[in-house]
Design a protein around this ligand. Structure first.
Ligand SMILES: Cc1cc2nc3c(=O)[nH]c(=O)nc-3n(C[C@H](O)[C@H](O)[C@H](O)COP(=O)(O)O)c2cc1C
Length: 160
């Protein structure tokens, strides 16, 4: 069965809560799901997943170094993540604090891997992925579940 991997870094728990909700949503699409802290992810995990959803707190308007480290370590598998489905999420301290640029920094690395990136629709409002400002509320957690569901559905379609 196709697998969706949710990878995240979180110091104070906000991004972790989003990751769990995204995992729930992906599971409801019928795919296998694993939700992992970035430090527990290796290149084999990336290779075996058909969908990879990555979340980071916004640090200085960019992804955290722990997430960047995963991308930096992934150059040996350049070409092998092609056509995997990707999506991004972030938690920031303030609404104008660079959350969108953080999402774009993650998406940029996914595109360099030639992944297929899923955005966030109008009704949930994140544009480039799901954003929480501080602790995610129920509206954000719903947007997380929907993002997971949409990635899971696309993975299933592509692997049918
Ligand atoms: C090193 C560091 C840099 C940060 N930089 C930003 C920033 O540029 N913009 C912002 O809005 N919040 C910034 N924050 C706040 C975090 O993004 C915010 O607290 C987030 O919810 C933390 O997520 P977590 O609970 O998953 O660790 C920063 C926090 C830290 C520790």
């Amino acid at each position: 069965m196709a697998e969706v991997l949710v990878v995240y870094h979180s110091r104070t728990g906000n991004t972790a809560k989003m990751a769990e909700a995204i995992g729930e949503g992906a599971k409801s699409s019928g795919v296998n799901v694993s939700v992992k802290k970035v430090g527990d992810v290796n290149l084999d995990n990336l290779l075996s997943a058909s969908g990879i959803i990555i979340g980071s707190p916004t640090y200085y308007g960019q992804m955290a170094s722990e997430i960047k480290q995963l991308f930096d370590s992934s150059s040996p598998v350049r070409g092998q993540l092609e056509n995997k489905v990707g999506a991004a999420f972030t938690s920031s301290g303030s609404s104008e604090g660079g959350n969108q640029t953080t999402l774009l920094s993650i998406i940029q690395a996914m595109l360099i891997h030639a992944m297929i990136v899923v955005g966030d629709p109008m009704e949930t409002g994140g544009h480039y992925g799901v954003v929480a400002v501080g602790m995610p509320d129920e509206k954000v957690l719903n947007a997380c579940r929907l993002l997971g569901l949409r990635v899971g559905n696309l993975v299933r379609k592509l692997s049918a």
